[in-house]
Design a protein around this ligand. Structure first.
Ligand SMILES: *Cc1c(COP(=O)(O)O)cnc(C)c1O
Length: 395
């Protein structure tokens, strides 16, 4: 099957473009520019050169022997995106988009950030190319993530606090879109996940698909056949679709893990496919989103800031409905337990986001036979989460 969006950017009934009139022409320009470089040898060569020499790719595919043997079932391989420069998968997308921005002649880059991870990755690639960088961030998030705010400033970015709404990611995206509308001639909006209006979900997925292409080659080297299961955490959906996409036409089971938060009640989690998730439009795209009884965007909660968002990328909505990908959730406590287990059994401290994927792998590995094997995407490292975990475990 062909998993390309249609010309309007729809994956089935999801995706598209729900934006103010002023953004239609800029998104058309961006789409044309992107399709122009998608199969361009020189562009792709430069992209892969930077992934290799700046990001440090390919990231290893590591057999977690002690973890697997402790669980006593399927073998678990970890795709080590945590070893990338800046500590997570987000840099892959930032490298791709900064090259596109440069190609389009844009001198000013804007981005939104929640926990600060995408902001740091964007500030990093702007420093690399000497481009002006403005990052929008909710003031509540700035308070919770002051080290990342400082890191972005060290890298030469301007961090603009957003004081509206809940003062978190959703509000930062609104401000970034507003800036883009005003400064569209000079400015490139570097979006951080497989979300937003067409062509972003497609473009981000393509740039992140390097994860799955590498994993496929690496697992064939290790095991001489494709894996039985792939597992990845799903916030906006970029690390998961990056791993999954190159396997969609294979006989491989895929599981996306959302944030189950504190409980199953609306407001206490960020699992868009759980009860309370409905189809709607948020921030330029049509997908599943969490709404309260009045149809307002619901509050969300997760111990991991990177999964704490009310909507999910449109391609996931489509793959959910077709049944090609299964979606489950892991809650805060399960993620914290997985965080500790991986640290203790493998000497690898995972990001709290990635810990959700580990938690689910730990649940299913013992139910699968020893000749099965799975790949879990370790989307990032846990250094940024040390203080959160210390507080949570203290409680
Ligand atoms: C941002 C982030 C995520 C969630 O974003 P996706 O777009 O769903 O991948 C997951 N893991 C880490 C380490 C992150 O920084």
């Amino acid at each position: 099957m062909n998993y390309e969006p249609d010309e309007q950017g729809y994956f089935g009934e999801y995706g598209g473009r729900f934006v103010p009139e002023t953004l239609v022409a800029p998104l058309d320009e961006l789409t044309a520019a992107y399709y122009g470089v998608r199969d361009d040898g020189a562009f792709q060569a430069e992209f892969h050169d930077l992934l290799k020499n700046y990001v440090g790719r390919p990231s290893p595919l590591y057999y977690a022997k002690r973890l697997s043997e402790t669980l006593g079932g399927a073998k678990i391989y970890l795709k080590r995106e945590d070893l990338n420069h800046t500590g997570a998968h987000k840099i892959n997308n930032c490298i791709g988009q900064i090259l596109l921005a440069r190609k389009m002649g844009k001198k000013r880059i804007i981005a939104e950030t929640g926990a600060g991870q995408h902001g740091v990755a964007t500030a990093t690639v702007c420093a690399l190319f000497g481009l002006e960088c403005v990052v929008y961030m909710g003031t509540e998030d700035m308070r919770r993530q002051e080290v990342n705010v400082f890191r972005m400033r060290l890298l030469g970015a301007e961090v603009r606090g957003v004081d509206s709404g809940s003062r978190t990611l959703k509000d930062a995206i609104n401000e970034a879109l507003r800036d883009w509308v005003t400064n569209v001639e000079t400015t490139y909006y570097l979006l951080g996940s497989a979300l937003g209006p067409h062509p972003y979900p497609l473009m981000v997925r393509d740039f992140q698909s390097v994860i799955g292409r590498e994993a496929r080659e690496q697992i064939l080297e290790h095991e001489d056949r494709l894996p039985d299961v792939l597992v990845a955490c799903v916030g906006g959906g970029s690390n998961s679709i990056g791993l999954f996409h190159p396997f969609l036409n294979d006989d491989v089971r895929m599981i996306g893990v959302e944030a189950g938060g504190r409980s199953n009640s609306i407001g206490e989690h960020a699992a868009r496919f759980m009860d309370g998730g409905n189809v709607g439009v948020l921030q330029g795209t049509k997908s599943y989103l969490l709404q309260d009884n009045d149809g307002q965007i619901a509050m969300t909660h997760s111990v991991s800031a990177g999964l704490d968002y009310a909507s999910i990328g449109p391609e996931h909505a489509f793959l959910h409905d077709t049944g090609r990908i299964e979606y489950v959730s892991a809650n805060d406590d399960e993620a914290l337990a997985a965080f500790e287990t991986l640290s203790e059994t493998e000497g690898i401290i995972p990001a709290l986001e990635s810990s959700h994927a580990i938690a689910h792998a730990m649940k299913i590995a013992p139910t699968l036979s020893r000749d099965h094997f799975m790949i879990v995407n370790l989307s990032g490292r846990g250094d940024k989460d040390i203080n959160t975990v210390r507080e949570e475990l203290g409680n």
